[in-house]
Design a protein around this ligand. Sequence first.
Ligand code: GLA
Length: 414
Amino acid sequence: MKKRYLAMLLTGMMVLGGCRTTAPDPNPAPAAMEAAEPTEAAEPTETAEPTEAEAPTENAEATPTEAEEETITLKEVFGAHGMKAGTGVTAYDLRKKQMTDLILANFNSITCGNEMKPDYVLNQRKSREEGHVVVEYGKDTLAILDWCKENNMSMRGHTLVWYSQTPEWLFHEDFDIAKPLVDREELLTRMEDMIKGNFEQLETLGYIDMFYAYDVINEGWMEDGTPRSCHWYDIIGDDYFWYAFYFADKYAPESIDLYYNDYNEQFKADTLTEFVGTLTDEDGRSLIDGIGLQAHLYTSDDLDQYFEAMDTLAGAGLKMQLTELDVCLGKYQYPDDLNEDTLKEQGQFYYNLINGIFERVDDGRVQMDALTFWGTTDTASWRREYNPMLFDGKFNPKYAFYGATQVKENAGFE
Ligand code: GLA
């Protein structure tokens, strides 16, 4: 089966070398957690496009053995647990055949890395001309949507209301940053137009049926249990959360699950569990369907603590997805050396993480219909200095891949 991979696997090389240099820090200080927050500077597409030169150096040890004769793919392994296997892509990723081959073989769900964020889809000139928010997808967004359609991919929408990668002009009178900020009523109108405009674009252009989930709000809460200060919150007030879901529920088709998505979720479980319970309409019907756990993790993270957070969040009775999974070698700001030991440790981490998730999905503790990795190869990752993905820069599977696919004997265990 999956002969497509076999050749790749047989020539697959792993990166070898030194040893782990940092200790796990299961309790990062709040400052570190805040600093760990993803920034635009780290965006995959905003940075230099990955080149071959950036690929990790290969050492001459072919890892795959006969066991890989039975090469498995993520989508099959996840499918056996009723889950889609997803990855984040950029328009750039899709220009490389080796990358698309890998994606097509392994994944059946796609999230746009950047191309459906507000700064990509809001049109300032037309918003000014028409006097209301205009959503219009550009060529990169359409390129990904078309590719997904041609390849029968399911899609997660990412993202609507966010403090980051949202143009400043959206918050100013006449869509002009030289003018004052708008008031609450106007910003609520703009929020509604933005949400409505996105779903209308998808419908009009014929893409809506691909979508099964959508991030309505991204990163709205802090680790200390307070709402993040941002224009949405500062101008509208704390009911901006409710309105975002109210509008999304109003304009999204039933078939699309509406998600709240956040990072450092293992430190926010109580806050988020309480929060999602407030998102109901006047009849008590929930306006939200799921909680998205970004899962930007480190091999130094405490998996028991992570599972505890998942179990707490499951108590909200909603669906849950890992939406941006990557597991960095080392800890925040201290990448481990890339070597045989650290790669094995990463393989084990992926194995244990996915294993714990499958257990929870199978016994019904957690309702998870998809898990998305935030990219495919190390060199195309936004955290490439930590080598967090399942495949190396030469498109070869790492121990991490075998961990994620539950092939324990190749996942780096001794
Ligand atoms: C956050 C966002 C993603 C992306 C990453 C960095 O996790 O949700 O869309 O911007 O940061 O790549």
